[in-house]
Design a protein around this ligand. Structure first.
Ligand SMILES: NC(=O)c1ccc[n+]([C@@H]2O[C@H](COP(=O)([O-])OP(=O)(O)OC[C@H]3O[C@@H](n4cnc5c(N)ncnc54)[C@H](OP(=O)(O)O)[C@@H]3O)[C@@H](O)[C@H]2O)c1
Length: 301
């Protein structure tokens, strides 16, 4: 089978992993990096170094860009002739960045697919990699086999910002989970419980999250928040206990206070009998600065 010729711009940790996965899959790969020495290992593995971004782009019909941020993408490609080329931009950012960069690249003649890499560098590759894409379905289809060398591909639609939107949504869940675990570890740690002893119990909670998330998603989409299994008054009481336990141990209560404050606001609006999914309405209408019933004052309830 003949393999597509591919260019990779940006050889940081991730760009290097992408170029290497393409080489392993048998693609001829041209590489360029602002700091040329970072290409040395890949050149030893068979990549061809280009002296500048323009010659790197000209070397292949398909260029994969993976730089620190979208500002760097513009810096690197400013003035480069992109007419007739295909660019897959795997640089992370906000949906707004992804849309603006896609438009900027398209104005310069490129066909554009935007993507976000959902795995760390060691997992890049056809077995464990996952890259979400959005933008040109034609580009995704035309280069699907090549892109599969980097990981499983999922196309999320023609809005180039959508891959970044999903990426940030997933990171939102991820970081909130990490922060909550660390908060709980700090609280139990004050009573002499090692995090390593507690973690097994945290895992019990994590195990019920997938089904719980699906239930919340159903309620959010339906706009109904039945409180037959749990209700916000009950939830707020549990959250107040978490805040009190945290405070009593000198652990920063900001995280549970935030969630407790959201539940209290929904109760104050008359939704105490609703399920926890009702909190989505509070998140959709952030509290006005200076408004009463902040989380700290509400924590006693
Ligand atoms: N690493 C991961 O696990 C991971 C996972 C998912 C997504 N990502 C995303 O992948 C992208 C690259 O990450 P990385 O881990 O490879 O970062 P990195 O190791 O810090 O590399 C950054 C790259 O951007 C280049 N760069 C930065 N500013 C530049 C500028 N003004 N002009 C030209 N080149 C510039 C650097 O060139 P020099 O070598 O010359 O400094 C280097 O090639 C980021 O958007 C990141 O969020 C990374």
């Amino acid at each position: 089978m003949e393999h597509d010729v591919v260019t990779v711009l940006g050889l940081g940790a991730m760009g290097t992993a992408l170029a290497r996965a393409l080489l392993v899959a048998g693609h001829p790969v041209t590489v360029w990096n602002r700091t040329p020495a970072r290409a040395d290992a890949l050149v030893g593995e068979g990549a061809r170094p280009a002296p500048d971004p323009a010659s790197a782009v000209a070397a292949s019909p398909l260029t994969i860009v993976c730089l620190l941020d979208h500002a760097a993408v513009r810096t690197v490609l400013d003035g480069v002739d992109l007419a007739g080329t295909t660019l897959v931009n795997l640089t992370s950012g906000t949906p707004e960045h992804a849309r603006a960069t896609a438009a900027w690249l398209a104005e310069r003649g490129a066909e554009v697919l935007a993507g976000t890499i959902m795995v760390p560098t060691p997992l890049v590759g056809p077995e464990e990699g996952l890259v979400l894409y959005s933008g040109s379905a034609a580009v995704h289809e035309r280069h699907r086999t090549t892109l599969e060398a980097l990981g499983r591909t999922e196309l999320l639609g023609d809005d180039p910002g959508r891959a970044a939107l999903f990426d940030l949504g997933m990171l939102d869940v991820f970081f909130a989970g990490l922060a909550s675990f660390l908060h709980a570890a700090a609280v139990v740690g004050r009573d002499g419980v090692p995090a390593g002893e507690f973690v097994r119990y945290a895992e019990e909670v994590v195990a019920i999250l997938p089904a719980t998330f699906r239930g919340l998603a159903k309620d959010v989409d339906a706009g109904t928040h039945p409180g037959d299994e749990d209700n916000l008054v009950m939830d707020a009481a549990a959250l107040a206990h978490i805040v009190a336990t945290s405070r009593a141990r000198g652990v920063d209560p900001a995280l549970p206070e935030l969630v407790h404050g959201l539940a209290r606001r929904a109760i104050d609006r008359g939704h105490g009998g609703d399920g926890f999914s009702r909190v989505v309405d509070e998140l959709r209408s952030p509290r006005r600065p200076g408004a009463a019933a902040g989380p700290a004052g509400a924590a006693a309830r």
